[in-house]
Design a protein around this ligand. Structure first.
Ligand SMILES: [Zn+2]
Length: 844
């Protein structure tokens, strides 16, 4: 007999009556969970975590129970199987872990305040009320909440409040839903509200530490996103309201609780009068992501966590579909190309990476599933590829049927493929499963052999990789009709190249649009043809060429040194995506140089050669009528010019600082980060350091705070770095949710690397206790991996992390990161001299 691991297999709930009493003063929760359901046997178990269980009754009578804290369950023995009403009374602590029910801390004009909120995904509803805490266990919920209430406080939940009696707030019965989507929050809140065309109430809520105008942007995007989805999905928004709430302490980016979406303040609130376009785009896509989930994830939910991708990959695609529809001028798909696409291609090339679909049971392993580059970015790219294949009409038709068939219930990945496949009249499942179930992705080789144009596929690796014969069904998107639409073979011969070239009139290319998850290696004949006709190639394709040569260099199939001379051909391009690809490649060159040497001087010259003309063209301030591309390219150029120590750039940055030093926050948001960082780096002192750190503490503008973090962490002064690291564990200055950015900033600073690495190793236990339960925890390891490039650091990294390799949730990250640093160290050792010679050669 196999062991039953899912609570749902023992008890199937239909309805909950939950009462929770929360006392902020004593940090105690007490409550009662009454659950109607069907026991599948006499012995059942339901979930709890960190609770003191006072009593368990079945149909009004006490029954024997036993708490198993390791498995996070209560084992209960019932008199009989069948319909049962369970009643569990309990006590639990209110902890600061940003999981379960937890307080957020903030200040309004010097007064310390608290806001209570919840975070139940993945397995933390069981910290708030005993339950069958699994996505399949959908039920209806009646929620009643009492708290040490003060006048003027607001309470919010998934559903509207229906009455208040004896200080208890009662909320309307929910629709059938999963426990991880339950949410509530209370405190001293402000809000702005509106109504969609179809009558859904939409609201944005925040603490009163923010100016009311900071809520406006989110309200507009939320309203229009819901209207868009109601139309696109052809399925009405299922609840009476959609509240968006910014929480001062929040571990993830945002959470799609049904009807009460919670966000990090940085992903919801912004100053409409001074926020950079890329920040607006980011906030808009986070909101549209969470609202996409209100259907896809909330209305129809994955059956088990192994299909997490079904929620996240889909929402990650839809965030772009929605924003592209409501803000078409933004070209937001370009943001997808410059963020998600490179992240997916980089991580998915490492042997040992997870596939998008992964089997999983242990709660700690469930959190480790949230590999953003795979489950979000690669998954989204996989669905973008499908969307391109079937077209929007079939996708919408399929989704409509999918929602109709599975609403208020659960689904598996195959249900989605079936629905879309049927609408498209195509075997979508057999194509998509090659991407879903296999880790990694292919490289397509295109070459001319004995006069014939041939293409072949093989798995692409950066670093050591074991070739096990994986093959994919690749949507090729070639500009030559003779190429197959879906390339599933190992190799195919497309016929005589010269004839094909003549009849098509343009260079041969595949993955036009860069929407399929593979990279291309053209042989010299084909690549020279493309480079000679570069002006006929659109900007996404130019970006893709740079993207592919960068990855090929990382994998050592070509040499970095051979790519260096190509950069100049792209340097005067006005497109954001091309510039982003140039500087991503140029940034990769930094690992080959030793600081404060002639090598560094040459690389800076190269940066200057690439950016000087663009700096002149774009300058530091927006011109009226300039394009979106100009707005979005300026930061890349300024960043490059300052790295290059271009005298004009340095002078302008310092002048801008001097002219605005009494009100730095009012510097234009798109250039502010560069002005501040330049000042700290080149004119920094303790007075400036203290002043900026104090502004960080006082400011409530998330984008200004993020700029200050980058500036402060770039100090070269060892004493100030030590002072800063002391602040890492002072939550009044740096909130635990923001600490990773500070750690990353100091570690990326050559003068701070040692101190930051020492801190991580010495205070690992503190870090584990503070953010260990959090799904972002492993990314501290990723940050260290991303910086380290010497044999010494590799040795230290291994010495520290290898003993931790069996920690649940860390295993994959540690072993992947060791192999990534190993391959980087090898690459630098072998190619350093050639790369520096190539740089020297192009800068003359
Ligand atoms: Zn999501």
């Amino acid at each position: 007999m196999t062991e039953i691991t899912h609570s749902y297999d023992t008890f199937q709930p239909t309805h909950y009556d939950i009462f929770i009493d929360i006392n902020r003063g004593t940090k105690q929760i007490s409550g009662k969970s009454v659950i109607d359901g069907e026991a599948q046997a006499k012995d059942i178990f339901i979930q709890q975590k960190n609770m003191e269980i006072e009593s368990v009754q079945a149909d009004g009578n006490d029954v024997p129970f036993e708490v198993d804290n390791k498995k996070e369950v209560i084992n209960i023995t019932l008199p009989k199987a069948g319909e049962t009403t369970l009643a569990v009374t309990y006590k639990a602590p209110l902890t600061d872990s940003m999981m379960g029910i937890y307080p957020s801390y903030y200040e309004v004009s010097g007064e310390k305040k608290e806001l209570i909120g919840t975070q139940f995904e993945t397995t933390f509803a069981r910290q708030a009320f005993p339950s069958v805490d699994e996505p399949e266990a959908k039920a209806k919920f009646d929620l009643a909440i009492k708290f040490d209430e003060k006048p003027g406080e607001t309470i919010l939940a998934n559903m509207p409040e229906v009455r208040k009696e004896n200080g208890i707030h009662y909320f309307d019965t929910t629709v059938r839903m999963s426990t991880y989507l339950i949410a509530f929050a209370f405190g001293d809140l402000q809000s702005k509200q509106t109504t969609t065309k179809s009558g859904v109430k939409v609201g944005v809520f925040s603490t009163k530490a923010h100016e009311p105008k900071e809520l406006d942007f989110a309200l507009d995007i939320a309203k229009r996103s819901i209207e868009f989805y109601e139309d696109f999905y052809q399925t009405p928004y299922p609840l009476p309201h959609s509240w968006q709430l910014a929480l001062p302490d929040f571990s993830a980016g945002a959470m799609e609780n049904w009807g009460l979406v919670t966000y990090r303040e940085a992903y919801l609130l912004l100053d409409p009068d001074n926020t950079a376009l890329d920040t607006k785009q980011l906030v808009a896509t986070v909101i549209s992501h969470e609202l996409a989930h209100q259907w896809f994830g909330d209305l129809v939910t994955m059956k088990w966590w192994d299909d997490l991708w079904l929620n996240e990959s889909f929402a990650n695609m839809m965030e772009y579909v929605a924003i592209d529809a409501i803000e078409p001028d933004w070209n937001v798909w370009e943001l997808f190309q410059t963020t998600d696409v490179p992240a997916a291609l980089q991580r998915d090339a490492t042997d040992g990476v997870q596939s998008v679909h992964v089997n999983v049971e242990d709660p700690a392993e469930i959190d480790a599933l949230f590999d953003s580059a795979i489950v979000y970015a690669k998954g989204a790219r996989m669905l973008v590829m499908m969307r391109a294949l079937v077209g929007d009409d079939a996708l919408r038709e399929g989704l409509k049927n999918y929602f109709a068939a599975h609403k208020y219930a659960n689904a598996k990945g195959s249900d989605l493929w079936d629905a879309v496949g049927e609408a498209a009249g195509m075997d979508v499942a057999s194509i998509m499963n090659t991407w879903l179930e296999q880790p990694g992705y292919p490289i397509v080789h295109a070459r001319v052999v004995d006069g014939d144009l041939k293409i072949s596929q093989q798995q692409f690796f950066i670093g050591d990789g074991k070739e096990v014969g994986r093959q994919w069904k690749i949507p090729l998107n070639s500009n030559y009709d003779v190429a197959p639409k879906i390339f599933g073979d190992k190799e195919v011969d497309l016929g005589n190249y010269e004839e094909l070239r003549k009849s098509n009139g343009v260079p041969f290319r595949v993955n036009v649009g860069n929407n399929s998850h593979f990279i291309v290696r053209y042989d010299d004949t084909l690549m020279n043809d493309i480079m000679e006709n570069l002006d006929t190639v659109d900007s996404i394709s130019q970006m893709a060429i740079l993207q592919d040569v960068r990855l090929l260099s990382e994998s050592r199939q070509i040499s970095y040194a051979d790519v260096v001379p190509l950069l100049k051909h792209f340097a005067d391009n006005k497109s954001t995506v091309v510039n982003s690809a140039i500087y991503r490649f140029a940034y990769n060159l930094r690992k080959f140089i030793t600081p404060n040497t002639d090598e560094e001087k040459n690389l800076k010259k190269l940066y200057n050669n690439l950016s000087a003309k663009q700096l002149e063209r774009l300058g530091w301030s927006q011109k009226s009528g300039e394009t979106i591309d100009d707005q979005l390219t300026r930061p890349s150029i300024l960043n490059a010019a300052l790295y290059a120590e271009n005298p004009d750039a340095l002078k302008s940055a310092h002048e801008l600082f001097e002219n605005n030093k009494d009100n730095l926050a009012s510097l234009p948001a798109d250039i502010r980060i560069f002005v501040l960082r330049n000042e700290v780096k080149n004119y920094g002192n303790e007075v400036l350091f203290d002043n900026l750190l104090e502004q960080y503490r006082q400011s409530t503008d998330p984008s200004y705070k993020s700029d200050l973090c980058v500036a402060i962490t770039s100090t070269k002064d060892a004493r100030l770095i030590a002072k800063l690291i002391e602040k890492f564990e002072d939550a009044d200055t740096i909130k635990p949710q923001d600490l990773r950015a500070w750690f990353s900033g100091v570690l990326n600073n050559a003068d701070g690397e040692q101190a930051a690495w020492d801190w991580l190793r010495n205070d690992w236990k503190w870090l584990e206790d503070t953010v260990g339960g959090d799904m972002e925890f492993t990314t501290y390891i990723t940050v260290a991996m991303s910086v380290f490039r010497t044999p010494e650091r590799l040795k230290e990294f291994k010495a520290f992390f290898e003993p931790k390799i069996n920690t649940p949730g860390l295993t994959r990250e540690i072993s992947m990161d060791i192999s990534i640093i190993e391959s980087r160290v090898g690459l630098i050792l072998d190619e350093k001299d050639d790369v520096n010679a190539a740089i020297k050669n192009v800068v003359g």
